[in-house]
Design a protein around this ligand. Structure first.
Ligand code: UD1
Ligand code: UDP
Length: 379
């Protein structure tokens, strides 16, 4: 079986890790899965790309299209051109796409147009906010994919409501598999503690990169004021900055210097990130992946967005959605720090597949390819 794995952005390299390991495990049974990894080049800085291949011991991408950054149309068009060439030259049995980025939708569209079957890992995830580019990417990718590999029961429900149940399978979330495999490794290998000097339990962790939070100057300024308030009044914050956010801060808050308790750093590698989350008292984020990792690692999370795709984390009392308003953010963070969150729940991971998602993804891909993998008509 020949698989083309299409990735391009930081969280996709992380999701690829457990899947490639599961391919290998399956191949030890005698029936090899031949994987080709296509990196679109959407993320390209070493700290946004190469570090994840190294830390997760992923084979280097077989193809890197090097599309780089740009407006959505241009970036996606370059991806389409490059992916199409690869698909025409060496058509796989199935193209596997991950998550919700421009690389996801480009992979889906290029493959579907050529009649190459498409499988979507992390299908059915919805925010119901069509102003988010990610939501458009998800809706389009799911509509034209042939095999929908859903991370949660909630995602399965969304697919059923969109009339896509016949193509959908509940696999669990490969990001939970990844946390299980890598958190021990992070304990042994991460040098975050030495480099950033955060004593365990003494700090909070911030990440922020959503376009809706960074592109609008007044919203970004309100978020920065909120983080400054938490840092000054409650506890020091570590904030590894996404390059989009670094650029946006320069644009919308020129000359701003954070106070000593709001510590900005470059993006960190995955193992450092897992350690930083694990040792923090609270996470403040707009990242989908980081919300889930906080939940998996038993750390309360304040989500700086009006909605979340990962409603299970909110229902469990472990995540609160908060507006970009200093008083609201302070109140939510104070409540968590005072212990008002739910108690750590060891069944958290069961909601996300219990650590067997990549194994199920692999089994479903094999079943799908063996069944003839004819393209369904995409209505
Ligand atoms: C993308 C995804 C988002 C995902 C995020 C993960 C889309 C529409 N968005 O957002 O869903 O959550 O990745 O991190 O696909 N840049 C660099 N170096 C890099 C990469 C980016 O400097 O290696 C800067 C560029 O200025 C670029 C900006 O970051 O314009 C945004 O990058 P882009 O890939 O377009 O979107 P993300 O915000 O990273
Ligand atoms: N991450 C990382 N270093 C960082 C910030 C995030 O390794 O400096 C990891 C994080 O632990 C998670 C993934 O990147 O596994 C989430 O990616 P991101 O927040 O960029 O995107 P999203 O999940 O929102 O799509």
């Amino acid at each position: 079986m020949r698989v083309l794995s299409i990735v391009g952005a930081r969280p996709q390299f992380i999701k690829l890790g457990p899947v490639l390991r599961a391919f290998e495990a399956y191949g030890r049974g005698g029936d090899a899965i031949h994987n080709t990894t296509l990196h679109t080049g959407q993320h390209y800085d070493d700290e946004m790309s190469a570090i994840f291949f190294e830390e997760l011991e992923l084979p280097p991408p077989d193809v890197n299209l090097g599309v780089g950054s740009g407006p959505h149309g241009r970036q996606t068009a370059r991806m389409l051109t490059g992916i199409e060439e690869v698909l025409v030259t060496a058509p796989p049995d199935v193209a596997v796409i991950y998550g919700d980025t421009n690389s996801t939708v480009a992979g889906a569209l290029a493959a579907a147009k050529l009649g190459v079957p498409v499988a979507h890992v992390e299908a059915g995830v919805r925010s119901f906010n069509r102003r988010m580019p990610e939501e458009l990417n998800r809706v389009v990718a799911d509509r034209i994919s042939d095999l929908l590999l859903a991370p949660t029961a909630t995602a399965m429900d969304h697919l059923a409501r969109e009339g896509l149940a016949a193509r959908a399978v509940l696999t669990g979330d490969v990001m939970y598999d990844s946390v299980l495999v890598n958190s021990g490794l992070a304990e042994r290998r991460s040098r975050a503690a030495a480099r950033l000097d955060p004593a365990p339990g003494s700090y909070g962790l911030v990440t922020l990169h959503r376009a809706e939070n960074t592109d609008d100057g007044s919203r970004l300024r309100a978020l920065v004021s909120s983080l400054e308030a938490v840092a000054e009044k409650l506890l020091p914050l570590h904030w590894p900055l996404h390059p989009r956010t670094r650029a946006a801060l320069g644009r919308h808050l020129p000359g701003w210097t954070p106070g000593p308790r709001l510590r900005l750093t470059a993006p960190v590698g995955y193992l450092d990130m897992l350690m930083l989350i694990k040792r923090s008292r609270i996470v403040l984020t707009d990242s989908g992946g980081v919300q889930k990792e906080a939940f998996f690692l038993g750390v309360p999370c304040v989500t700086l967005r009006p909605e979340t795709e990962w409603v299970e984390t909110v229902q469990a009392g472990w995540n609160r959605l908060v507006e970009a308003d200093p008083a609201a953010v302070l109140e939510a963070a104070s409540a968590f720090l005072a212990g008002a969150g739910a108690a750590a729940d060891s069944s958290a991971g069961e909601l996300f597949g219990g650590g067997r998602a990549a194994e199920r993804v692999t089994a479903e891909l094999v079943r799908f390819c063996r069944s003839g993998s004819r393209r369904r008509s995409v209505a």
